[in-house]
Design a protein around this ligand. Structure first.
Ligand code: PMP
Length: 439
């Protein structure tokens, strides 16, 4: 089956004339999967997308994570309409902000105080500033392949987008800034210990995605986060969890409150960055943490952070509505069940066709690495075959299954996906693997 993409192709030529690279985020380009026009979507509802040529797709991209209740969920849509009718931006505090802050704090108790911003990038960037202000130190330790947004400090040896495009460090970042960042392999406590032994006195924070979503879905090995938190605190530095993906993705809470975690006492960070799901599909970010650390933030303290759009009623209302939906009993279990079927089915089909495939599944999300060996860190995920992924991506797209156009990105399920969607996806995967095994 080959879909007609003529209108997407025409729009892409137009977009190239006016929008740099034709896309407003490089991860949307098809560069990593052989190039050409990305599919231009027109409408989305539930688990489905319709493109400008009238083709329907089952969506596993889910906007790179924020969409967890399916597109245009009626409860969220109503909340957005209500907010829009009451005026979209005031530049004053609102009661809604308190409500969402309360919900976040109840779900993630390490956040004594919260501040809303507009994106995950902003949230992470500010946690670093706050950690530096609090510790009066400069350096940051991060883990190879973890992506923390596009602010200067964390775009050093970053993950999915940049690595896909083969840009380990972005241009435009001064060496003086890059020299403040130390990168260590994920799941490697010895590496962290060495970095802390060498630079510990000047390390403000160790930043980590406690469950990685940016070089596939990767769990910390048992003891990793525990050791990370202990060593970091011994060195007098703060622990920052970037939970922009993991917040509310696996259960109603975050990785740090996930009771199926390999480290039994879920270890609390000093600061947490959130985004994506907590905005219900509208722009948002949030950060928070221990009271005395957050007391650094203006107007209380000397670390400045502000935002014209921060806490806007539409984003906050969508976030509240999304979390309300996620409180429905059994909702995570349902996504989990479908993802188990999807992951196991993909693996079985790949095996049947002699195609090496590693599936990392964490509840309702999974990643597909075309390699025979386990993927526990970035180096291992880089070994996955990008050309095979590109071929698979195209074969699935042509059968109406929409994945992220990168071998590093995750597949996300939503509360709207059904068993029939999984069956259709597996039927498409069978055809894709058949074609690939004949290549
Ligand atoms: N942190 C993580 C873990 C992310 O995955 C992302 C985005 N993919 C960000 C931060 C940046 O978020 P945003 O794109 O909203 O700026």
């Amino acid at each position: 089956m080959t879909l007609n993409h003529s209108r997407s192709e025409a729009l892409y030529s137009d977009a190239l004339e006016h929008i740099v690279g034709g896309v407003n985020s490089p991860s949307r380009s098809f560069k990593a999967v052989g190039g050409g026009a990305p599919v231009f979507m027109e409408r989305a509802e539930g688990a489905y997308f319709w493109d400008v040529d009238g083709n329907r797709y089952i969506d596993y991209l889910c906007a790179y994570g924020p969409i967890i209740t399916g597109h245009a969920h009626p409860h969220i849509t109503e909340a957005i309409i209500r907010a829009a009718r009451s005026g979209t931006l005031y530049g004053t505090p609102t009661e809604l902000e308190i409500q969402l802050a309360r919900m976040l704090k109840a779900a993630i108790p390490s956040m004594d105080k919260v501040r809303f911003v507009n994106s995950g990038t902003e949230a992470v960037m500010t946690t670093i500033r706050v950690a530096r202000a609090y510790t009066k130190r400069n350096k940051i330790i991060k883990f190879a392949g973890c992506y923390h947004g596009h602010s200067d400090l964390v775009l050093v040896a970053a993950g999915s987008g940049p690595s896909t495009l083969g840009i380990p460090d972005s241009a435009g970042i001064p060496p003086s800034i890059a020299s403040e960042v130390i990168t260590v392999p994920f799941n490697d406590l010895d590496g962290l210990q060495q970095a802390l032994a060498r630079w510990g006195d000047d390390v403000a924070a160790v930043m980590v995605e406690p469950i990685v979503g940016n070089f596939g879905m990767v769990m910390p090995v048992p003891g990793f986060l525990d050791g990370l938190c202990r060593m970091t605190r011994e060195a007098g530095a703060l622990v920052i969890y970037d939970e922009v993906i993991s917040g509310f993705r696996f259960h109603y809470g975050s990785a740090q409150t996930y009771d199926a975690f390999p480290d039994p006492q879920a270890i609390e960070p000093d600061l947490t960055a959130l985004g994506k799901i907590i905005g219900g599909g509208l722009p948002i970010g949030a950060y928070g943490g221990r009271k005395e650390v957050m007391a650094q933030v203006a107007p209380l303290g000397p670390a400045y952070q502000a935002g014209t759009m921060a806490g806007n009623p539409a984003s906050i209302s969508a976030g509240i509505a999304c979390l309300e939906v996620l409180q429905t009993a059994g909702i995570y279990e349902q996504m989990d069940k479908l993802a188990v079927k999807l992951g196991a089915g993909l693996k079985r089909l790949a095996d049947e066709h002699g195609i090496p495939l590693t599936i990392n599944r964490i509840r309702g999300s999974l990643s597909t690495h075309f390699c025979p060996s386990p993927v526990t860190n970035y180096e291992e995920s880089q070994l996955a075959d990008g050309e095979q992924f590109a071929r698979f991506f195209r074969l699935m797209l042509e059968q109406g299954i929409c994945l992220a156009p990168s071998k590093y990105e995750a597949w996300f399920l939503t509360t709207a996906h059904t068993e029939a969607d999984i069956d259709q996806t597996l039927a498409a995967a069978r055809i894709a693997f058949q074609a690939m095994s004949r290549d």
